[in-house]
Design a protein around this ligand. Structure first.
Ligand code: MRU
Length: 352
């Protein structure tokens, strides 16, 4: 059985097309973005989200920016391009894939300028590079899925937090890629998806995309996870990551740390699945990872309905850091890293 690929983001006829994830699962609406600014806004407003998908969208957005500005000539194009890179970098601070993708596009742009390429040639090179970022991300998900599937039991329940699925990547998913690959390989895996307050990526997105693939999924509110572990109903945890520091500390959706502590208390393996583009060797440990704080409204409201008293204080960090000592393995497209992570991550990052 080969499980489906969702059209999370794509380049089509001079636009970036993406499914508006804020509207799922109620409505499957595709938006066509025609400028780099529109793509940046879509990232900021979480039309598209998930670290690898943000990287793919940013790469396509910058290619779009070059396409729109190429008629202005080489000098104006360069000035404009670097401004667009800064704008894109200002959208979301935690997912390192964003900065990785921007650096990659900058590298192609500056090489092309140095080689004296025309604006039209630079445009084609940028579109081709964005396509490669997309294709490579899907290939990474497939490869890490295969590595991770081997770690899951033949039959059992896997708990995941947030959405690290096809919707969070170029396609197929990281944590959900591991689950998909296990199911494709004949394992009988059922999933518990944490609801994931406040943006509800678990109940809205993870449940939706797994049910489309016929994978049995049960949602629990975040506070229910402890009882599930205590009843012995979780055999493994697999989550994604927004940034992995050099020592193996992992930033992921707020609430992930709680799950990791529960997993340790109940002797359940806690795995992180992420492409090597999520590993940030320049950041020594989790304390150095910038944690995005989002608007209070995400917590005080569900959709347009207020669910908290007017005037109440709100703290809304979008991510937390799980110390590396809670992580049983980091599943990448090049294999599974084990502790000590400062050694295994550096070694895997150096491989081609
Ligand atoms: O705020 P989001 O929805 O962008 O957060 C997403 C997550 O935390 C994911 O788990 C992470 O980006 C990995 S996605 C493969």
């Amino acid at each position: 059985m080969i499980l489906s690929m969702l059209p999370t983001v794509d380049w089509k006829d001079d636009c970036v097309v993406m499914v508006d994830q804020r509207k799922l699962p109620g409505k499957e609406v595709y938006v066509e973005l025609r400028t780099a600014r529109e793509v940046a806004r879509a990232i900021e407003k979480m039309v598209i989200r998930g670290a690898p998908a943000i990287g793919v969208a940013a790469a396509m957005g910058l290619a779009l920016g070059v396409r729109k500005s190429r008629a202005k000539g080489s000098a104006a194009l360069a000035g404009e391009f670097y401004k667009l890179c800064d704008m894109m970098a200002g959208t979301r601070p935690t997912a390192v894939n964003l900065f990785w993708a921007i650096d990659r596009m900058k590298g192609v742009f500056s090489d092309a300028v140095r080689a004296g390429r025309s604006p039209e040639e630079i445009d084609s090179l940028m579109v081709a590079e964005a396509g490669r970022v997309h294709d490579e991300d899907i290939a990474c998900c497939r490869a890490l899925g295969a590595h991770g599937a081997a770690l899951l039991p033949d039959t059992g329940h896997v708990l995941t937090h947030c959405n690290a699925g096809a919707l969070a990547t170029g396609g197929y998913g990281t944590a959900l890629g591991v689950i998909r690959a296990a199911v494709e390989g004949g394992k009988r895996i059922a999933v518990y998806a944490d609801e994931t307050r406040p943006f509800l990526q678990g109940s809205r997105l993870t449940a939706w995309e797994l049910l489309r693939d016929g994978i049995a999924t049960t949602i629990v509110t975040d506070g229910m996870a402890g009882s599930l572990f205590r009843k012995g109903r979780v055999d493994a945890v697999v989550v994604g990551a927004d940034r992995i520091a050099a020592n193996g500390d992992v930033a992921n959706k707020i609430g992930t740390y709680t799950v990791a502590v529960l997993a340790r208390e109940h002797a359940v393996p806690f795995y992180v699945a992420a492409p090597t583009s999520t590993i940030d060797l320049a950041t020594a440990d989790g304390d150095g990872i910038p944690i995005e704080e989002r608007s209070a409204r995400e917590v005080t409201h569900v959709g347009s309905a207020r669910v908290a008293a007017e005037g109440v204080g709100v703290w809304n960090p979008a991510f937390d850091v799980t110390p590396h000592r809670f992580v049983a393995g980091i599943i990448t497209e090049r294999g599974v890293c084990r502790p000590p992570y400062d050694e295994s991550l550096a070694a895997i990052h150096g491989q081609q």
